[in-house]
Design a protein around this ligand. Structure first.
Ligand SMILES: Cc1cc2nc3c(=O)[nH]c(=O)nc-3n(C[C@H](O)[C@H](O)[C@H](O)COP(=O)(O)O)c2cc1C
Ligand code: SF4
Ligand code: SF4
Length: 371
């Protein structure tokens, strides 16, 4: 059996790599998706699940927008799920003017092993008038009720949001509490892409994060990964350059093979999210660590104890020759350091093992933070 390079699993949905195709209404159907089987996830849609949203979409088409419309929306959904079933992991971005069509679709989507994505993103006036799409961001009780009821079917649920419309942290916390598994964030900002929103959501929830907006090359994708995205999705970039998915998959696979932690954070002093506490020094000097600890609700003493207790007996414990006497306090492997590297050589620990233990330490610290 071939060993999976990435170990990504959300409920029943295992995912082969962290690169996704984002939904584009009127474009991203099973035929379009067929070109992107190399992606870890393809989000089909958005599909309209009832007569009201299909009528709204017809009005949009009459003014030149692309949309998928159908008089038999559940039949269309079944057909699309069947056509794309063996391609890769599939999610379906859906809109409806009431709860029931979401629940009906959820059963079909779950039976096919796919993910249901609630569209809380669309801002076309015809949809907003129905309380659909972005209107859900402004009606959190209704969005959360939808999530709770849809989750009762057992389907894996993603929520596609648009950043900087409401308070993104409050939104993410609410949808996590309601039971959502994934937040798919269009990190849109009036001045360009806002990668800070990914960091804010990473610091305050345990949701699986798909980062989206303006990814056109590996540099832009890497930014999202290092601020906390578990996965990155692409929409318009694919229309310009269909090979973008293959390129991103190749690059992120190379990072994972070399480091063992494809979305490792930047150091806290480099602007990284709270996962980077795993790379922080002993708290003995004035630096950005102290603000990060405050955010994590930890005292410096608790932080020291948590780290030391966790690394005892692991390959991170040694390090007499390092700055603070143990690799517990050592930097990311990508920061060149002969002191740490000679400890790794002496103890026979590879760079990948080092980073994998740092990742475990980071997960432990994130569990212990107060939210
Ligand atoms: C033509 C088009 C149609 C879109 N339709 C949807 C949709 O139905 N549902 C949705 O959640 N997002 C939709 N989006 C938004 C994209 O999924 C994505 O969030 C946005 O384009 C920003 O990502 P990008 O910079 O990679 O394009 C659409 C975008 C485009 C360009
Ligand atoms: S403790 Fe070290 S790594 Fe962490 S923020 Fe301070 S200087 Fe940077
Ligand atoms: S020994 Fe090197 S890796 Fe460890 S804390 Fe010092 S500078 Fe960082």
């Amino acid at each position: 059996m071939i060993k999976q390079l990435f170990n990504i699993k959300i409920g029943y949905a295992s995912i082969k790599n962290p690169i996704a195709v984002a939904p584009m209404a009127g474009i991203t159907d099973s035929g379009f998706a067929a070109k992107f089987g190399n992606a870890g996830l393809v989000v089909l849609g958005g599909y309209n699940l009832d007569a009201k949203t299909n009528d709204a979409a017809r009005k949009e088409i009459s003014r030149g927008r692309k949309e998928f419309v159908s008089d038999e929306p559940m039949d269309l959904l079944k057909k699309e799920l069947k056509a794309s079933h063996d391609l890769t992991r599939i999610a379906v971005n859906v809109r409806a003017a009431s709860l029931e069509p979401f629940v009906e679709a959820a059963r079909l989507i779950k039976d096919s092993g796919a993910i249901l994505e609630i569209n809380a993103h669309c801002r076309q006036p015809e949809m907003l008038e129905l309380g659909v799409g972005e209107a859900l961001l402004r009606d959190l009780p209704r969005l959360c009720e939808y999530i709770g009821e849809i989750k009762k079917t057992g389907v894996v649920v993603s929520v596609k949001t648009r950043a900087n419309v409401v308070n993104d942290v409050e939104l993410a916390k609410a949808i996590e509490k309601a039971g959502a598994d994934i937040i798919h964030i269009d990190a849109m900002h009036p001045d360009g892409m806002d990668v800070g929103v990914i960091k804010r959501v990473r610091n305050s929830t345990n949701l699986f994060i798909i980062g989206n907006n303006s990814v056109v090359d590996f540099e832009s994708a890497k930014d999202m990964f290092s601020y906390g995205a578990d996965m990155v999705s692409v929409a318009r970039g694919l229309l310009e350059e269909p090979r973008l998915i293959d390129n991103l998959v190749d690059e992120i696979s190379a990072i994972q093979s070399m480091t063992g932690w494809y979305n490792a954070p930047k150091h806290i002093c480099g602007g990284g999210d709270l996962r980077a506490l795993a790379f922080c020094c002993l708290p003995v000097k004035p630096c950005a660590l102290h603000a990060a600890l405050k955010q994590a609700g930890m005292s410096a003493e608790e932080f020291m104890k948590l780290k030391m207790d966790f690394v005892r007996g692991t390959p991170l414990e040694p390090g007499d020759g390092t700055c603070f006497g143990s690799m517990t306090w050592c930097c990311k492997i990508t920061k060149p350091c002969f002191l740490r590297d000679s400890t790794l050589t002496q103890t026979g620990v590879s760079d990948i093992e080092y980073m994998q233990f740092k990742k475990k330490l980071s997960e432990y610290l994130m569990k212990k933070r107060k939210r």
